[in-house]
Structure formats: structure tokens, C-alpha cells
Ligand binder design. Sequence first.
Ligand code: ATP
Ligand code: MG
Length: 328
Amino acid sequence: MTRVLSGIQPTGETHLGNYLGAVRNWVADQHEHDAFFVVVDLHALTIPQDPAELRAKTLGMATLLLAAGLDPEVCTLFVQSHVSEHSQLGWIMECQASIGELQRMVQFKDKSAKQSGFISAGLLTYPALQAADILLYDADRVPVGDDQRQHLELTRDLAIRFNSRYGDTFVVPAHAIPKAGARVMDLQNPEAKMSKSSDSPQGTVLVLDPPDVIARKFKRAVTDSGTDIVYDPGTKPGVSNLLSILAATSGTTPQAAADGIGSYGALKTAVGDAVVATLRPLQARYAELSADPGEVARQLAVGAGKARAVAAKTLARAQHALGLLAPG
Ligand code: ATP
Ligand code: MG
């Protein structure tokens, strides 16, 4: 069976892009593959975090993933820092990456530009930790949004480099970027991807936003000049984004989603309604699960045990290949 692995940061508020570009596909993937999903709390440390908030958000993210339909009986769901092999292989992968290739990562450039003053070394090196996250599980496929394409390419490069330097050790993973919803754009700035770390509350639709808030955000979405409802991201980024979201939430293509919609107003109402309906079951389940955080923590402990069993073997293989002396 194909092994898949993907991760999500616990910080920031989970938005429609995370759901359509990643989480929703994970729920489907778990039934078809041997699937590992990880809440990457160590990645969150690349920018300063409030400790109490980080703890709460990590549990909250796990709750949200369960609410979205990840089933711990079917897949392996765990928290990155609970499996110390991630940090251990992370260091090894840092030593395989060059500073130059890490500095070329678009996300590093974007995120470091947003930091005022202090920029952690981890912000630069975290794609090497991400490579470790993936390689530890011999993942064949990594289902992520289109924004992660460059990082995944780096993971592949590092795996190939390691294998050619030290002998066949890692499975080289392929991307699995979904067709619909792969890149959801900000409703107020459709040139930029919807992002947890952007400061655009009106442009970011949160998966836990109440229905009236979702409807309002879509009503106020930036559209383009003209009145035609056509899918053309180059000249009509706003309308095209709404059509992509409508397509992704109603199981059609962006071109077909435009059929029968006569005005920008009608498009905004249609997409708002489709998103509210898509998120309704998740929101209801989240409310139920939040009432029992102890149960979520127990599920995570089981997941960490399953993950560790796989990760420990891969780490030992890499350590041996590198010439690290086995403990006596
Ligand atoms: P940040 O801006 O802090 O990096 P993020 O919004 O990119 O946050 P992540 O936790 O980094 O969220 O990503 C989780 C998953 O969501 C990844 O698979 C990523 O590819 C996907 N994703 C993130 N943003 C979008 C988007 N706008 N459209 C589609 N998929 C997305
Ligand atoms: Mg991201």
C-alpha cells in the first residue's frame, strides 16, 4: 500500500485553503493509503510563540483534524514533538542542505521579510526538518497545497543527495497536489494565497467561522473590473478565485461553476452558501470533540506510539549509513 504523509502547523487559524488544499484530501487518502498526518508544532517555533497558546493550539488543531474526519483507527495522527526522531533526523538533513538552497526558498524570503528584527535560524533551516518529517516514514506521496511545491522539491533533492552519498536509505517522495482547491487565494488580495500567517482577517475564511461571518466575507470579496463571470486567473484573479472555491466545494470545474451565474453578487452568494454547507459537519463535530480534550490527547498518544515505531527504524538506517557509532 502507498504510504502518504502530510503535516499542518498548529498556529494561526485554520482557513479554507488549508481545508480544500490539504485536510479534505487527507480524509479521503486515509482510506486508500497507509496514511500519517502530523501536527508540526516544531515548525511553529520558527517564529516567536506564546507557550500557553501554542499548547492550546496544538490540541485544537488535532481536534480539528479529527472533526474533519481523520480517524485514528484508520490513519496515524500525531504531534511532531512527541516523536523525537523528527528532531534527530532534522539535524542530519540540515547537514545535507546548503545555505544557498535554503535561502532560495520563497517562503523563507516571504516570512523573513514579515518579521521585524529577530529572524530565527530555524526559519531558514525548517525545510530540512520538513524533509526529515517526510523521509522518516518512507512516504511515497505527500499531499500538500501548491504553496509547498518548492519545499517538497527540496525534500526530494536532499533524499537523492543522501542516497547517492551514503547509499540507498530514503524513499524519494512524489508530490500529490490536488487539482481543485490547490491554491485558495485571499479574498481581499487575490494575488496572494490565503495564509494563516497573513494579516488579512476579512480575506481569510476560517473553517470555524460562523455561517453569517463566512457569507459576509464572501459578499465583501474583491472582484475585478467588468461584469463577466469567466475563469481567467491572469486577468480576473478575484472572480477566478471565487469560481475555484465554488468548484472545489460543489464538485465541479471552475469553468463549469460559472454556468448560470449572472452577476458578481450571485456568484458571491453561491460560493458563500457552498462553503457554509461544506463546513457545517466539521463545525458540529468540532464542538462535540472540544468537550472532551482528554480523549483527543489519548488519541494523540496512541498516534505517537505508532509513528515512533516506523520513525525509529528509518532514523537508525540513516545513522548507520552516515557512520554514526551505534550506542554499545
Ligand atoms: P503559513 O502561512 O503560516 O505557512 P499556511 O496557511 O500556509 O500557514 P500551513 O500549516 O503551512 O498553513 O499548511 C498546511 C497545509 O495547507 C499545507 O498542505 C499547505 O500546502 C496547505 N495550504 C496552505 N495555504 C493554502 C492555500 N491558500 N490554498 C491551498 N492549500 C493551502
Ligand atoms: Mg505554509
